[in-house]
Structure formats: structure tokens, C-alpha cells
Ligand binder design. Sequence first.
Ligand SMILES: Nc1ncnc2c1ncn2[C@@H]1O[C@H](COP(=O)(O)OP(=O)(O)OP(=O)(O)O)[C@@H](O)[C@H]1O
Ligand SMILES: [Mg+2]
Length: 248
Amino acid sequence: MDNELIIEIQDLTKDYYDGGNVIQALKAANIKIFKGEMVAIMGPSGSGKSTLLYVLGLLHPPTSGVYIFKGQNILNFSREEQALFRNRELGFVFQSCDLLANSTVFENLELPLIYAESDRSVRRKKILDALGRVGLSHRVDHWSNRLSGGERQRAAIARALVNNPSLILGDEPTGQLDQKNTEIVVEQLRELAKQGFTVILVTHEEEIGDACDRVIRIRDGSVVSDGFEDTENITDETLRERVAVLAP
Ligand SMILES: Nc1ncnc2c1ncn2[C@@H]1O[C@H](COP(=O)(O)OP(=O)(O)OP(=O)(O)O)[C@@H](O)[C@H]1O
Ligand SMILES: [Mg+2]
């Protein structure tokens, strides 16, 4: 792990407008995330976890604040550039895995590649590589609706990986899995973090938080702790050293 800063957000806010009401779902969040970290976002229901994840994933535009991704101010990108950025740099895994049912695993993983990779044999190689990372190479030509729940979620992770993104974002990716499959999926995400992918997971489960390098806790739209004490007043160098200890 080379302690490269992947994400830096400064005073990032997100308001939703619901009828005449303003809901401050995210209030001036300041967070730094480094390459190869596996970070959990935890907090009560309605506290703003998914909002934070969607804003980080550029699925929801923030209301104000700064978002730097690998040194680039990505909020200044055009919509088209943001879409390209999402396709190249980000992989998403959601709770209810959204694989297309009447398609094979191969076809599901091919979708995100169609925009990025025109050569069919290169696509096949990338798909097999991503499936190999989650131990599912033997399921490449299976119908996705015939996979077990755990296999389906691992296929969804493989789909998130297929473009070799910098960042994997999961919104309760194990929310519908039993304990055994949860452990397998968390173990695989850990392995990916070890290989240099950066992983951010929203979760309700303390055990998953324990398996992460760092837990960011949110309450009522505010970050109340982020695993580093006193982050306001310490230097980036000190932060990097702490991360190096957490995720050698
Ligand atoms: N599209 C939306 N329009 C209006 N309000 C929203 C919208 N999405 C979320 N909210 C509100 O923003 C707040 C934060 O919601 P968010 O979904 O981020 O919470 P969460 O922490 O993910 O909750 P949960 O654990 O239940 O998934 C809540 O008050 C929610 O009602
Ligand atoms: Mg949520």
C-alpha cells in the first residue's frame, strides 16, 4: 500500500427537497480515504449512509462542498465526463443484487465493458479475470438466476471489478446473505483491498465494521467519528502513517 490519497471531501453537503421540506441528509462532511483501505460507513437508519455513498459514487450530486478524487476536482466534470469517470473508476455493489435474470453471468459482466472495451476477446479475458478474483470462474456461462444468493452477490462484485476500478462502493452488500456467505463476501472484499482496490461499505453489522480497517460513523447527517481521533488537527503525513499501520 502506497498511501496514495484517493478521496478527499471537504464540507460536502446534500439536501433533499421533499415537498416544502429541506432534508439535510449530509452536513459538511470531511473525509479522507487512502488507496487500499477498506472502510465501513455505519450509523442508525436514516442517518445518511446511503446518501454519502451515492454522493461519493456521483450517483447523487452534492448540494455544496468539494470532492477531490485522485487529485481531480470531479464536481467540475461535465455530466458526460462524470459518466465516463463512474464507468472507469468506480464499481458498485448493492444489497439486492441487480444482475439481469434472463442472462448468463458472462452477459452480466459484459455490460459495463461494452462502453469501455470493444474487443470481444479482451472482454472475455477481463470477465474471466474478475470472476477468478471471487472464485467464480466455473460459473461464467451459468444463468444468473440459477446461482445461489452468495454466488450472485460474488458475481455482482465481479461485475463491479470488471473495469478494474480504483474504488468499490457497496451499500449493505451482504444485507440479504446468511452468515456464512457474508463471511465469504467480506473475506473477498478484504482480499481485494489487499490487492490495492479501495473499498467503502455501508453496513449495519458491527462484525463487518470490525473486519474493516476503519469505521466512519454517521449520525443525523454528520460524521461523528472516522476512526482517526482528532483528524482536524493532524497532518496528512500523520494520517498516512496511521493508515499504513491499519492496512500494511
Ligand atoms: N431521494 C430522497 N428524497 C428525499 N429524502 C431522502 C431521499 N433519500 C434519502 N432521503 C432522506 O435522507 C435521510 C438520509 O437517508 P439515507 O438513505 O442516506 O439513510 P441511511 O443511513 O442509508 O438509512 P438506512 O440505514 O435505512 O438505509 C433520511 O432522512 C431520508 O429520509
Ligand atoms: Mg441506506
